[in-house]
Design a binder for this molecule. Sequence first.
Ligand SMILES: CC(C)(COP(=O)(O)OP(=O)(O)OC[C@H]1O[C@@H](n2cnc3c(N)ncnc32)[C@H](O)[C@@H]1OP(=O)(O)O)[C@@H](O)C(=O)NCCC(=O)NCCS
Length: 374
Amino acid sequence: MAEDIKKGLLGIVVDETEVSKVMPEINSLTYRGYAAQDLCAKCKFEEVAYLILNGELPSEKQLKNFEKVERKERNLSKTLLESIKNFPKKSHPMDVARTAVSIMGLEDKETKDNSSEANLRKVMRIFAKTPVALAAFYRIRKGKKIIKPKSSLSFSENFFYMCFGKVPEKEIVKAFDVSLILYAEHSFNVSTFTARTITSSLSDIHGAITGAIASLKGPLHGGANEEVMHMMNKIKKPENALNWINNALDQKAVVMGFGHRVYKSGDSRVPTMREYFSKVAKVKKDKKFEKIYDIVEKVMIERKNIHPNVDYPTGPTYHLMGFDTDFFTPIFVISRITGWSAHILEQHAANKLIRPLASYKGSGYRKVVPLNQR
Ligand SMILES: CC(C)(COP(=O)(O)OP(=O)(O)OC[C@H]1O[C@@H](n2cnc3c(N)ncnc32)[C@H](O)[C@@H]1OP(=O)(O)O)[C@@H](O)C(=O)NCCC(=O)NCCS
């Protein structure tokens, strides 16, 4: 009898979570019960990171303490810095992030301790150091000197400072902060499920995050924001957009930055990110990508009824901010470390080894013929 295979685990509920939910009644992604767009309007990224990790929004004192720890943990070890300097310059920064977290695991004195207290301390180290490692690689591969982190700067300001040597206009920093808030968590997506699967064997948090980064890299997941930019670069100018997208759809191409496994009538993060994309375009006095954006979106909805996901507006926003395209998904990483970590903690708290079954379609029983008789 044919087994009921749920390829891609489509529609399968595998566990419970308290971290986030897309709430149909408000048609929105929520973190610990708060709508993501509300958090964007009223909080900075560090508050949301605290919320995701600890379950509640911080008081002023709790936030101050959280920021103090994050800022203190920013410095990289000599070994990690030297390793980054020796990485091939052509490495994809996602592979740099993955390897950097792996090296952090080699060095962390608490790697083996899976208690929630130790895991929270390790999260703070991974959360604080990963952007520093990425910014160091950003500079090195351009032949520039590494810029040390500055503890007077916020998480977002410091990332700009370490990449570009200066903090940009406050509208740009806010737009970046908003993108980090929107990217921070999204329930049992591929990378989070990967992190939970690794954790389910009682492996360590550095391993789980390393695996999650590898999973996020793929173009069907986090890599989509980079693919969106490649698409916009191919389209080049608004006058080409209509023909380009119609041709793509005629050829049955998958258009990056559109569609979603969970949202079938629009990703609730998009309107907020679209608004901040517009603000950045205004500051940068460059409306070209907004025009391309609108034309492609209109055709996708009219012809396919497929709506954009959050990667569609973040791609061109990061481009306008000055980041290289292959840094878009690593930016997603520095934010999603919070969501992954909350799930890793949750998995440890009520663990069950994740081990699905497969329907075997291979050869029937065979006897092994010795090498010299084959
Ligand atoms: C995200 C994604 C993998 C969701 O996949 P899914 O839930 O498995 O949905 P499917 O791939 O089965 O899509 C259902 C239908 O819509 C079409 N479709 C979905 N996304 C599409 C897109 N971006 N462009 C063109 N067609 C798309 C599929 O071809 C399929 O059509 P069919 O029924 O005629 O075969 C998919 O929408 C996609 O590949 N999007 C582009 C990558 C992307 O932006 N990823 C970031 C996600 S946040």
